[in-house]
Write a protein that binds this ligand. Structure first.
Ligand SMILES: NC(=O)c1ccc[n+]([C@@H]2O[C@H](COP(=O)([O-])OP(=O)(O)OC[C@H]3O[C@@H](n4cnc5c(N)ncnc54)[C@H](OP(=O)(O)O)[C@@H]3O)[C@@H](O)[C@H]2O)c1
Length: 244
């Protein structure tokens, strides 16, 4: 089968690319760093013997040309069975005082570009069994003084996915959303966390195993569903004093 993975040059996306390629699936992989992306794609071709096309695109500046490229690459595979969107970015400047340009960039990469890619590839994903997989963050469970725009974008993304799921609930298009806790990737490098960072390879195995199932919203690791519930229950007067 044929899949598009946006954000496949590192972390969760790269782990997904290896997992899906090892399972014999052809891929279109996209990211902004051409060198990392080409290195990943060449390795996948050699090690897994599948077809791998690359699309270099900066999600902060996604435009008609980039959308046309990814649509063309996906179409050239000859039938698209899935779109996985593990791309994402954070910033140490993402506070309540962040400059508007930074808020704009974080919103584009983490939400707006995802919606644009989905809308563009939707026609290729309809009329046969297919899947769209989004990746959110536990950072979006409640607003706080850090990751301000990132959390807002991830919450918007989660809502967008819920709407997609509702819209396509009685069709062959399966819509899945993973809410991720801390992952052992570049994004969380050097960040001290209270809970252990999860392994992206293990997550990618879970995603592949669930790809044809109607899983809806999944938390990974699963205990984050309970933590999310508890954090949302904390009254504001107490919540505003927490420093996490
Ligand atoms: N790591 C965590 O602790 C954590 C926790 C919760 C949720 N998440 C979410 O999990 C997903 C995977 O994160 P990760 O940990 O794998 O992150 P990562 O290691 O930083 O990888 C992010 C991927 O997104 C791509 N990307 C980032 N900015 C881009 C841009 N402007 N244009 C195109 N591609 C871009 C990167 O490629 P280029 O650098 O080549 O552009 C890379 O392939 C993300 O959605 C993230 O928000 C992560």
């Amino acid at each position: 089968m044929n899949y598009v993975i946006v954000g496949a040059s590192a972390g969760v996306g790269r782990a997904l690319a290896y997992q899906f390629a090892r399972a014999g699936h052809n891929l279109v992989v996209a990211a902004s760093d051409a060198r990392d992306l080409e290195a990943t794609a060449s390795d996948l071709r050699i090690r897994c013997g599948v077809r791998v096309e690359t699309v270099v695109m900066d999600l902060a500046r996604i435009d008609e040309t980039a959308l046309r490229q990814i649509e063309q690459a996906a179409g050239d595979l000859g039938g698209l069975h899935g779109l996985l969107l593990p791309a994402g970015t954070v910033s140490p400047d993402d506070t309540a005082h962040a400059a508007s340009g930074e808020i704009d960039r974080l919103t584009r990469v983490n939400y707006l570009s995802m919606a644009s890619v989905i809308q563009r590839l939707l026609p290729l994903l309809q009329g046969h069994p297919a899947v769209i997989v989004g990746f959110g963050s536990v950072a979006a469970m409640r607003g706080r003084g850090r990751n301000v725009a990132y959390a807002a974008a991830k919450r918007a993304l989660e809502s967008f996915f819920e709407s997609l799921r509702h819209a396509f609930s009685n069709t062959d298009l399966n819509v899945q959303f993973y809410v991720l806790g801390y992952m052992n990737t570049q994004m969380a490098f050097g960040i001290r966390t209270l809970l252990p960072k999860a392994d992206p390879d293990r997550l990618s195995r879970v995603v592949l195993a669930n790809i044809a199932r109607d899983t809806g919203v999944m938390y990974y690791p699963r205990y984050w569903r309970f933590i999310n519930w508890v954090i949302r229950m904390i009254p504001w007067q107490l919540y505003k004093r927490l420093n996490f």
